[in-house]
Design a protein around this ligand. Structure first.
Ligand code: AMP
Ligand code: MG
Length: 350
């Protein structure tokens, strides 16, 4: 299949009409959002949703997020919507928040992987919003990467994974948040974060007081377990390079990385909150991802994919913990590293 690649940065660009038509008639279009690039299909068309799973190589039991334009459309895909869901959407929509709701029966099982719930998001990216409007249907969209790979934050990442497999790719420039949406579950009555993302735990606890974080955000999922968010059990965010996370304060983690670099040649370093004066590394590829975990999140996937492009085989990724964006960064990094974490303050080396 020939994939049409169109540059659209303006929500009023007339080319969006054609992209919406492709979605409405059962095709696949990758589009930019504020979090990462999505791979969109008509959420009301089971056959179209099935094409997403085929293009990504996504396991059929990993459900898709349904994208809408406004709070008033929630009832077109969900039932019995709790008050807390409205509070969340009124506070953070449009934006990087996904809420798990009870699904309407007419929504195809392919989209929700047979669950009786649906994940719903209202993106803020003007091109994404314009596309949903042009399609005239809710858009089911996971991240537009091959399953298991880092999520795409630029059109070139999507082109690498999806060219020739889908109808069209909208190049709308780099995604600003850079990690996926925060997924919140309310169905059990409590407010539970299933995936940390662009809306932080403190943003949500400012609304409700107590907020829990699902343990699978921090822990690898054992083979016998059934996590609440099915995607958590799969290998995720892995570049071609092996990733080793070096966790600790700025100085001790930098020292540990220097020691590791001296032992092994040809390694990359991904530097996070450590860009302090005189911070240098003897490595052929060093990518600074900013001065805090928010900038780290925005450049995380792009940096992992850049190391692949450079042919780097091993990446030492520094990580300094915090309770804000640090939760989203650590969740993605720890999964990318498959649990391979070194604690630079003298803890275990796995
Ligand atoms: P992605 O689209 O790549 O960001 O992945 C979507 C994530 O949302 C996956 O981890 C899914 O398991 C999760 N998800 C989608 N629908 C549901 C649902 N109904 N209940 C729980 N998790 C969901
Ligand atoms: Mg994904």
């Amino acid at each position: 299949m020939e994939t049409k690649i169109v540059r659209i940065t303006d929500a009023d660009d007339p080319a969006i009409i054609e992209m919406g038509e492709i979605i409405r008639s059962g095709g696949l279009v990758s589009f930019p959002t504020e979090t990462v690039y999505g791979l969109g299909a008509n959420a009301l068309d089971s056959g179209a949703a099935a094409k997403i799973f085929a293009a990504k190589g996504r396991p059929a039991d990993n459900p898709l997020i349904v994208h809408l334009c406004s709070i008033s459309q929630l009832e077109t895909v969900a039932l019995d919507i709790p008050d807390k869901a409205y509070v969340l959407f009124e506070s953070f929509a449009p934006g990087p928040l996904t809420v798990i709701l009870k699904k309407r029966p007419e929504l195809p099982d392919t989209v929700t992987a047979g669950l009786d719930t649906v994940a719903v998001r209202i993106p803020s990216h003007p091109v994404a919003r314009s596309l949903i409007n042009a399609a005239g249907v809710p858009i089911a969209a996971p991240s537009a990467n091959l399953s298991g790979r880092p999520s795409p934050t630029r059109a070139e990442h999507v082109i690498r994974d999806m060219n020739g497999k889908i109808d069209a790719i909208i190049d709308g420039g780099a995604c600003s948040v850079g990690v996926e949406s925060t997924i919140v579950e309310l169905t059990s009555g409590t407010v539970n974060i299933l995936r940390p993302g662009g809306i932080t735990k403190s943003d949500i606890s400012n609304l409700f007081g107590s907020v829990s974080v699902d343990r699978h955000v921090y822990e690898m999922v054992a083979d016998c377990e059934h996590p609440k968010s099915p995607g958590m059990k799969y290998k995720h965010y892995s570049p071609e390079a092996d990733v080793v996370v070096v966790e600790g304060d700025t100085k001790s983690s930098a020292d540990t990385i220097r020691w590791l670099l001296a032992k092994e040649k040809q390694k990359g370093v991904m530097c996070g909150v450590m860009a302090y004066d005189g911070c240098t590394f003897d490595s052929e590829a060093v990518l600074y991802v900013g001065e805090n975990n928010k900038t780290y999140a925005s450049r995380l996937f792009d940096s992992l994919l850049s190391f692949d492009k450079l042919g780097i085989k091993k990446v030492f990724a520094q990580f300094c913990r915090d309770d804000d964006y640090g939760l989203a960064v650590s969740n993605r990094l720890f999964k990318a590293a498959g649990g391979n974490i070194i604690h630079s303050d003298g803890g275990d080396i796995k």
